[in-house]
Design a protein around this ligand. Structure first.
Ligand SMILES: *Cc1c(COP(=O)(O)O)cnc(C)c1O
Length: 567
């Protein structure tokens, strides 16, 4: 297959494409999926590349104390993907590892197709160990991860060539995991010039082709491998040997620096995150393109129907959600009630929690990890109990997985279980297991308020609040990541506390933040919900009109097209 137009190759370690395909862990994969869906809608020629993840990230069970139990996911790959006949080879520790690709077609609103290829090393000619290399997303040890990144970056480029993609305008690295693709492009460039050594011309040529989106606001979050280790896996990789001073940090290969050094366009995922990244990587120019969500994928069926009725064309053009201000308040409320009913029926069936349609329902779902502070709401149980019994009743729905090695994250889940036990006579609280896209689609539109309590400045962007906005669910959030841009106090939602102007992690301010959260709930959000319903619905409409119309992947992709792809 030969493409007629130059394409953008979008590389991501994870992709969330469809319920039933466990090929993602969280926000990064959802962003990748929403990006290719936007490309298909806007007819931007793009092709996605990732690993197959035959065993997924993991299936999460929670025991009665909230202890997380992880199981490999089983999924029938050929029910979702079509095997391609091409095979390519990548050398790992001197062994040839063969790869095949499976294809998924993302169809846009007018039928335009963006394919995504899933690389798979599970072939009989590979050794047992190599066959398992594309099994687990973010599993295994550092060596496993390095080998996976070699397959994704180098194997990915080779597979695209084998599939007939000779004219690729841009290689977009969604986070540093795929940065090895630059090494393959350098090799290709030298080879095309009839050389074996890589020159600075090759580096310039590759740089013009590459785009890098960084997602991690702390140094410790970036993948690094000892150069020794990389040499053992890759063999004598010419570019690394000849240009170590450009491509490596001393004796380390830092995937972020590799991507930074070889990209002509680099961006952070929100304005604040770009600012932090500029401090972390002072010698690079870093732009900001704030993340978004694919509206048609995240609006509940009830809001889809409402938009179809009042804003025809919104699927082709997400900007038109601006007109949500003119949707009658009672119809917005009815659509929201319908989404809430879908959620509560599901929650009650699964947990027997007895959740009630008329109670203000707070939602919180994201990766269970320390900086997200899922338990901030439980800092002072008596204060929370007093709000729920004196100001207005509350019920709370949680979800989120902890990475298998994140012990702090796991104990966070247990703390929420203990708090819900302590509060059970006054506040119904459930923790739904196995947070995934399917649950997110029910949970986010179905709650009344979407809570987010990260410790600034660690939330690079966050996207679940954007999914909430599309469904008229206002955010109550710490001012970090996208919410710094999205929050208009009392208009699109509410801030917790003041903005912290820090570019590095700060001393713990959880007591102050919790106090601000209680204050805002008690004085503003709960009274508004129960006693000024009209005004509450007005906030819902503004969340859609001001934030849904902007924090979407149609806007995001157009910014990539103008600034990074076809500039
Ligand atoms: C949207 C989403 C995320 C990311 O949410 P954040 O707010 O960015 O933390 C993670 N997991 C699932 C299943 C999602 O749908």
């Amino acid at each position: 297959m030969i493409e007629e137009k130059p394409v953008v190759a979008y590389f991501s370690m994870e992709f969330a494409l469809e319920e039933g395909m466990p090929t993602y862990a969280g926000g990064l994969g959802v962003l990748a999926g929403d990006t290719v869906r936007a490309a298909a809608d806007l007819q931007v020629p793009m092709v996605g590349v990732t690993l197959l993840h035959r065993k997924g990230y993991f299936y999460q069970r929670l025991d009665s104390d909230g202890r997380q139990i992880e199981e490999p996911v089983r999924w029938p790959v050929d029910d979702f993907l079509q095997e391609q006949p091409q095979r390519v080879e990548v050398s790992i520790e001197g062994r040839p590892v063969r790869l095949r690709a499976w294809k998924y077609e993302v169809k846009g609103v007018n039928g335009f197709v963006v394919p995504v290829y899933f690389l798979d090393s599970d072939l009989p000619e590979n050794s047992e160990w190599d066959r398992a290399l594309t099994d687990y997303l973010y599993g295994g040890d550092e060596h496993y991860r390095l080998c996976q990144e070699v397959l994704l970056g180098i194997g990915g480029v080779r597979m695209l060539r084998a599939l007939g993609y000779t004219d690729i305008a841009r290689f977009h690295m969604n986070e540093g995991h795929s940065a090895m693709l630059t090494l393959e492009l350098l090799r290709e460039s030298a080879q095309a010039a009839g050389r074996t050594e890589v020159t600075s011309e090759d580096i310039e040529r590759v740089r013009r082709q590459c785009v890098f989106t960084t997602h991690t606001p702390v140094m410790a979050g970036h993948d690094r491998f000892a150069l020794e280790h990389v040499r053992r896996v890759l063999g004598d990789c010419k570019p690394l040997v000849e240009h170590q001073h450009v491509l490596c940090l001393g004796t380390e290969l830092n995937m972020t620096y590799l991507a930074l050094s070889l990209s002509h366009f680099v961006n952070g995922v929100a304005k604040k995150h770009a600012e932090i990244s500029r401090h972390m990587f002072a010698e690079y120019q870093i732009d900001a393109i704030t993340n978004g969500v694919h509206v048609a994928s995240w609006a509940s069926p009830h809001f889809q129907a409402l938009f179809d009725k009042y804003i025809p064309g919104w699927r082709e053009d997400n900007f038109s959600l601006r007109y949500a201000l003119s949707i009658p308040a009672d119809e917005v409320w009815a659509a929201h009630r319908a989404a809430k009913r879908d959620l509560l029926v599901h929650v009650n069936r699964e947990t027997n929690a007895g959740m009630d349609m008329d109670i203000l329902t707070i939602g919180f779902a994201r990766r269970a990890t320390a900086y997200k502070r899922a338990d901030l709401l439980f800092r002072d149980l008596e204060r929370l109990r007093a709000i729920a019994t004196k100001v207005g009743r509350l019920q709370i729905i949680y979800a989120g997985k902890a990475h298998p090695r994140d012990h702090e994250g796991k104990s966070l889940i247990q703390r929420i279980f203990r708090a819900s036990e302590a509060l059970k006579n006054d506040i119904r609280i459930v923790y739904m297991p196995n947070y995934d896209v399917e649950l997110a689609r029910l949970l986010i539109p179905g709650v009344d308020v979407w809570l987010n309590t990260p410790q600034p400045p660690l939330e690079a962007s966050g996207t679940s609040g954007m999914k909430a906005a599309v469904n008229g669910v206002p955010s109550l959030s710490i001012l970090d990541g996208w919410w710094i841009e999205g929050c208009i106090e009392g208009v699109t939602g509410w801030a917790i506390g003041e903005r912290v102007d820090a570019t590095a992690p700060q001393p713990d301010r959880s007591d102050r933040d919790a106090a601000a959260l209680y204050e805002k709930l008690e004085k503003v959000v709960v009274p508004l919900f129960y006693t000024q319903r009209e005004r509450f619905i007005d906030v819902m409409r503004h969340a859609i009109a001001l934030n849904g119309s902007f924090f979407n992947t149609h806007r995001m992709l157009q910014q990539y097209v103008v600034k990074a792809y076809f500039e």
